[in-house]
Design a protein around this ligand. Structure first.
Ligand SMILES: [Zn+2]
Length: 480
C-alpha cells in the first residue's frame, strides 16, 4: 500500500468518525414556553393569529390531559420530569412534609428548600449531565438548587421582569459562543388576570390577545436571531381555569372544629391533616357535609389521579366539584377564577403546540398526556430519559420524517416508562444511549486501526533512509 493510499484511508476513517458524531442530533435546539393557565379553548376565544401561525406550520394537540392536582407547581414539574405528582413530590403549591417536618408554600414564595424537589431530576439537569447547556427564564423551579445544580443560565424569579426582557435573555443564551440547546421560558398570564376576573369575563379577551402579541414578539425575535427555522419551539401551559362564584362556596368552619386539624392546602382540593387522635372525627364530620365536596382518606384516592403514594399527600383530601370553592370561612381570600380540579375536566386542560425542524407541518392530533412531553424533550435533546410516567410512542406522530425515529422506548430514551408507583431512590441513573456508544466505538476503532497501519508503513518506508542520514551526521564525529 502506498503512503498516498494510506492517507486516503486515514481521511476516510476520520470522515466516518465525524459522520458518526454528526448523525447524533446534538445540534437540536429546543425552546419550551409556558403561558400559565392558557386554557386549550382560549385559542378560539378571540383572534390569536400567532398561535394559529404556529399551528399551521407546526403541530397542535387539541386535548392535553395534565396531572392531578391541576395546579401550577405540580404541573410545571411534570412537564420537565414526565412524572405524576406522587412520583415527583411537588404534590401541591402548598405542602407539608411530615418526614422532613417542613412546609412549602407558593403563596409565601417559600419554595427554595431543595429537599422538596429532589424526588425527581428535571430535564435541565439531565441535559447538563449529558454535556449540554440549558437556560431558564423564570420557569418554576429553575432558580432552586436541585441535586446541587442550577440551570447553566437562569434568572432568579421576579415577576416584574417583562416578557421582552425574558425573551432577550433566551435569545442571548441561544446565540452565545457556547449556545444552550435547551431554553425554558415562563410567563404569568393569562393565569393571573383570570384568577381575578374569572375566565368567563369579557375582559379576558384583551388578556388573551396580549399573550398572542407576546408570542408574536417571541417569533419575531427568533427570526431576527436566525433561530426560527432551526429551533424546535414548544408552547404549552400547566392547566386551564374555571369560573367560580360566591354562590358556590363550601365553608369548612361550618362542619369542622378548627382545633382538630391543620389545613395544609385549601381550594379546590383541601389537604387536611387531622390532629393526633382526631382522624375519625374529622373524616366523619366532613364525609357527607356538602353535596359538591368529595372526601377521601388518602388510601381511597382514585387510582387514575396517581395521587396517593407520597407522604406529602395529607391523610384526608376533600375535592370540590368544578366551579366550587373551599374556604375556612368567608374571611379567607376568594378568587373568581380557579384551577386545581379533577384533571379529567376539559376546562382544566392546557394548550400544546410545536413548530420546528423536528415537527410535522399543519398536523393536528386529538389527545396526549402532559407526561408525554418529557420523553419527547429527551428524544429531541438526545439525552437518556430518567424513569417517567410518559410515553414517547404516544407522541411520536408529532415528529417530522427528518426527526430521529424512536425505538421501543426511543433510541435516546432507554428507560422504559414508569407506569405507576414511586421512583425508588438510586434507580435514577440510566445507561447512556447504546446507539451513540456503538457508533462512537466503531468509528474510533476504525481510526485507530488505520492510524497504526499508517504509522507502521511510515516507519518501514523511512528505514532505508536512516543509515544514510546517520552516516552524514556521523562524519564530523569520525573526523574529530
Ligand atoms: Zn399555573
Amino acid at each position: 500500500m502506498t503512503s498516498k493510499r494510506l492517507w486516503v484511508s486515514f481521511v476516510l476513517a476520520a470522515v466516518t468518525l465525524s459522520i458518526t458524531f454528526s448523525l447524533q442530533p446534538d445540534q437540536q435546539k429546543v425552546l419550551l414556553v409556558s403561558f400559565d393557565g392558557f386554557r386549550w379553548d382560549y385559542l378560539y376565544r378571540v383572534p390569536t393569529p400567532h398561535f394559529h401561525h404556529v399551528m399551521k406550520y407546526g403541530v397542535h394537540v387539541k386535548q392535553v390531559t395534565n396531572i392531578f392536582l391541576t395546579k401550577t407547581y405540580p404541573n410545571h414539574y411534570t412537564l420537565v420530569t414526565g412524572l405524576f405528582a406522587e412520583n415527583h413530590g411537588i404534590v401541591a403549591n402548598d405542602m407539608f412534609d411530615p418526614i422532613l417536618n417542613k412546609s412549602f408554600s407558593l403563596g409565601h414564595m417559600d419554595i427554595y428548600d431543595s429537599e422538596f424537589w429532589e424526588e425527581a431530576t428535571p430535564i435541565w439537569i439531565t441535559n447538563q449531565r449529558a454535556g449540554h447547556t440549558s437556560g431558564a427564564a423564570m420557569w418554576p423551579g429553575t432558580d432552586v438548587k436541585i441535586h446541587n445544580s442550577f440551570p447553566t443560565h437562569y434568572l432568579p424569579y421576579n415577576e416584574s421582569v417583562s416578557f421582552e426582557e425574558r425573551v432577550a435573555k433566551i435569545i442571548e443564551w441561544f446565540t452565545s459562543k457556547e449556545p444552550i440547546n435547551l431554553g425554558l421560558l415562563y410567563w404569568e398570564e393569562p393565569d393571573d388576570t383570570a384568577h381575578d376576573l374569572g375566565p368567563d369575563s369579557p375582559l379576558m379577551g384583551p388578556v388573551i390577545s396580549d399573550v398572542d402579541r407576546k408570542l408574536g414578539y417571541l417569533i419575531q425575535m427568533l427570526k431576527k436571531a436566525k433561530l426560527w427555522d432551526v429551533l424546535n419551539l414548544i408552547i404549552t401551559s400547566d392547566h386551564g381555569m374555571t369560573q367560580c362564584s360566591e354562590e358556590r362556596i363550601i365553608e369548612l368552619d361550618q362542619y369542622l372544629d378548627k382545633d382538630n386539624y391543620v389545613l395544609v392546602d385549601q381550594s379546590p382540593v383541601a389537604a387536611i391533616l387531622p390532629k393526633e387522635g382526631k382522624f375519625d372525627e374529622v373524616y366523619e364530620a366532613l364525609a357527607h357535609a356538602h353535596p359538591n365536596l368529595t372526601v377521601y382518606r388518602r388510601e381511597e384516592i382514585p387510582e387514575r389521579w396517581h395521587y396517593r403514594d407520597n407522604s406529602r399527600i395529607q391523610p384526608i383530601i376533600a375535592v370540590a366539584d368544578e366551579g366550587w370553592y373551599i374556604l375556612r370561612n368567608k374571611s379567607d381570600d376568594f378568587m373568581l377564577g380557579n384551577h386545581g380540579y379533577d384533571n379529567e375536566l376539559a376546562e382544566m386542560h392546557p394548550i400544546f403546540l410545536a413548530h420546528g425542524p423536528s415537527f410535522r407541518e399543519n398536523f393536528t392530533k386529538e389527545a396526549m398526556n402532559s407526561t408525554d412531553l418529557y420523553p419527547l424533550l429527551c428524544h429531541l435533546l438526545n439525552v437518556t430519559a430518567m424513569p417517567h410516567n410518559g410515553s414517547l410512542r404516544s407522541v411520536q406522530d408529532l415528529l417530522s420524517a427528518a426527526a430521529p425515529r424512536a425505538g421501543p422506548y426511543g433510541p435516546y430514551t432507554q428507560s422504559p416508562p414508569l407506569l405507576q408507583g414511586r421512583v425508588p431512590p438510586g434507580e435514577n441513573e440510566q445507561e447512556a444511549s447504546y446507539a451513540y456508544f456503538l457508533g462512537v466505538s466503531l468509528g474510533s476503532i476504525i481510526v485507530i486501526v488505520f492510524f497504526i497501519i499508517f504509522i507502521k508503513h511510515l516507519i518501514r518506508s523511512q528505514i532505508p533512509v536512516l543509515p544514510d542520514f546517520q552516516a552524514e551526521i556521523s562524519q564530523p564525529l569520525l573526523q574529530a
